[in-house]
Design a protein around this ligand. Structure first.
Ligand SMILES: [Zn+2]
Ligand SMILES: [Zn+2]
Length: 277
């Protein structure tokens, strides 16, 4: 399928400001929200398309990449759009709350907030030659990062073992203290409010659910990249804790100077000394 121009999708001018873009997306979201268009099979597509356009145009870095290199550039920067509706709701939950008010028009679809902690973003630097920066190149990098433990799938518990009720709070997740006349209720410090604790820790990650690991990734550097630009690889940062989302990986590209050629905006300059004659 041929992707439509993001500005066309939202019906805004190329120099539209952030507010106009947000306003346009709001209109689209209200018009094509799948919960309000159950009889129109195209509504969901339009909704996804508009959400993707907004995701890009509302992010200055991505918008710049799109303005300069188009859809191709974004793909090279690791942007893949949304895989489904849940993905969109997870990303835009806060905006939708602002658009539609607390849960209005969202049926049972609004996303419960995950307890997990998001993983940190990572930075990496790569060097490309002058020629590679002009033609584009694919580079393999290896990044050492926190990844979800494969043995326990991130749960931190030894496979085959169960969680057991927390003894501190007797499974309530809350503990009560008496302070003078008051009875205070706070989150249980032992199970962090979950009401259960790991019986036997995963031997691989010692119960942390994540392990430090080296991962090889390939980075597509789009043609025309400038020295110092960053590419974003979504979800390739540190793994989140307790099922939280992973962070992003920012790859900064430094372009090595060429012996003869020099870049000046979109032009390549070649200096040649010649005799007066
Ligand atoms: Zn583990
Ligand atoms: Zn507890």
């Amino acid at each position: 399928m041929i992707k439509r121009d993001y500005y066309e999708v939202l019906g805004v001018r190329r120099d539209a400001g952030d507010d106009d873009i947000k306003k346009a997306y709001r209109q689209m979201a209200l018009k094509y929200h799948p919960d309000r268009n159950s009889e129109d099979p195209h509504a969901e597509e339009r909704f996804k398309e508009a959400s993707e356009a907004y995701e890009v145009l509302s992010d200055p870095e991505r918008r710049h990449i799109y303005d300069t290199y188009g859809h191709q550039g974004l793909a090279g920067a690791g942007f893949q759009g949304f895989s489904g509706m849940d993905d969109i709701f997870a990303s835009f939950g806060d905006i939708f709350e602002e658009f539609f008010g607390g849960g209005l028009g969202f049926g049972g679809r609004s996303h419960p907030r995950r307890r997990g902690r998001a993983g940190g973003d990572l930075r990496h630097e790569i060097k490309v030659t002058f020629e590679e920066s002009a033609k584009g190149v694919e580079k393999e990098i290896s990044v050492t990062k926190q990844t979800v433990c494969e043995t326990c799938k991130g749960s931190g518990q030894k496979p085959g073992t169960e969680r057991k009720a927390c003894r501190q709070c007797e499974g309530h997740g809350q503990v009560t203290h008496r302070q003078g006349f008051f009875i205070l209720q706070t989150t249980c410090p032992v199970c962090h409010g979950e009401g259960s604790v790991i019986e036997e820790s995963c031997p691989e990650c010692k119960g942390r659910g994540r392990v430090q690991k080296k991962k090889k990734l390939s980075v597509k550097v789009p043609p025309g990249i400038e020295d110092g630009m960053s590419l974003v690889l979504r979800s390739e940062g540190e793994a989140g804790a307790n099922g939280g989302p992973a962070g992003d990986l920012y790859v900064t590209v430094s372009v090595e100077p060429h012996d003869f050629f020099e870049r000046n905006g979109d032009n390549v300059v070649f200096r040649l000394d010649i005799t007066f004659v």
